[in-house]
Design a protein around this ligand. Structure first.
Ligand code: CA
Length: 222
C-alpha cells in the first residue's frame, strides 16, 4: 500500500514517516499544497493524509480540486485541535475521515487501514484468498492450518497488493510503485526476487508470469 502525506511540518513528517513505514506502508511526502495536489493526481495512492494548513495552497482547496477532478482516493484530513469548523469543512470538501492534532500515531494508522479496507469492501484486518490468510496487523501469512509465517516488510507489501488485486495483470513498474518509496531505488528487477520468494511460500501457480506484462495473482489457482 502506498500513501501520500501532504504535511509541511518537518518534525511531524519525520514521526509519520517512521510510524507508517513500521506499519508496512510505502510513503511519499509533499510539503506544500501545490505539489501535494499534483502528486495526488499523478500517482496511484491507496490513501492520502492531508494537512489543511499548508503553504502555497490550502488543504481544503487541494481536496476540492481532487474531488472536482474525480480523484476518489480516500483522504484523511489533519485538523487543528478543537477546530470543529475545519472538520465540517473537510468532510464537505470530500474528506473520508479526519483527525485533530495532536493525535496518536496508532490512531492515525488504524484510521488509514480502516479507510483502505472500506474502499476494498472488507470488514476485518485479515485478507483472505482461498487457503491464504494475511494478517495485516502482525504482517504474518498463514496457509491452511500451517503455522503463521512472519513476512518482511517488502514481502508483506507485495503480497498484500497481489491479494487486493487478484486476476489483474500487474506490471513490474506498478508493483514497484506500490512496494517502494517514491524516491527510493526503484529497480524493478528486485520485484522478481520478491516474487520468487513469495512463490516459495505460496506455490508457483499462485503468481503467474505474464510475458512482457508482469504478473497475475491467482485467487483460485488450478
Ligand atoms: Ca501545517
Amino acid at each position: 500500500m502506498r500513501l501520500l502525506v501532504v504535511e509541511d511540518d518537518n518534525e511531524l513528517w519525520e514521526h509519520l514517516k517512521r510510524a507508517l513505514h513500521a506499519a508496512g506502508f510505502a510513503v511519499d511526502r509533499a510539503d506544500n499544497g501545490v505539489d501535494g495536489e499534483f502528486l495526488g493526481d499523478s500517482e496511484p495512492y491507496d490513501a492520502i493524509v492531508l494537512d489543511l494548513g499548508l503553504p502555497r495552497r490550502p488543504g481544503l482547496e487541494v481536496l476540492r480540486n481532487w474531488r472536482e477532478g474525480d480523484n476518489q482516493t480516500p483522504v484523511i484530513v489533519l485538523t487543528a485541535r478543537d477546530a470543529w469548523h475545519e472538520r465540517v469543512d473537510g468532510l464537505k470538501a470530500g474528506a473520508d475521515d479526519y483527525l485533530g492534532k495532536p493525535f496518536h500515531m496508532q490512531e492515525l494508522i488504524a484510521r488509514i487501514e480502516a479507510l483502505i479496507r472500506r474502499r476494498h469492501g472488507e470488514a476485518t484486518n485479515e485478507l483472505r484468498s482461498g487457503e491464504l490468510l494475511l494478517d495485516e496487523e502482525s504482517q504474518t501469512l498463514r496457509i491452511g492450518d500451517q503455522a503463521p509465517r512472519q513476512l518482511t516488510a517488502t514481502e508483506f507489501r507485495l503480497l498484500r497488493y497481489f491479494m487486493r488485486n487478484p486476476g489483474k495483470p500487474l506490471s513490474k513498474s506498478r508493483l514497484t510503485e506500490h512496494v517502494y518509496e517514491y524516491d527510493a531505488d526503484r529497480d524493478s528487477n528486485v520485484i522478481e526476487v520478491y516474487v520468487n520468494r513469495l512463490r516459495k511460500y505460496l506455490g508457483k501457480e499462485r503468481i503467474r508470469t505474464l510475458r512482457g506484462q508482469g504478473y497475475r495473482f491467482e485467487a483460485d489457482p488450478e
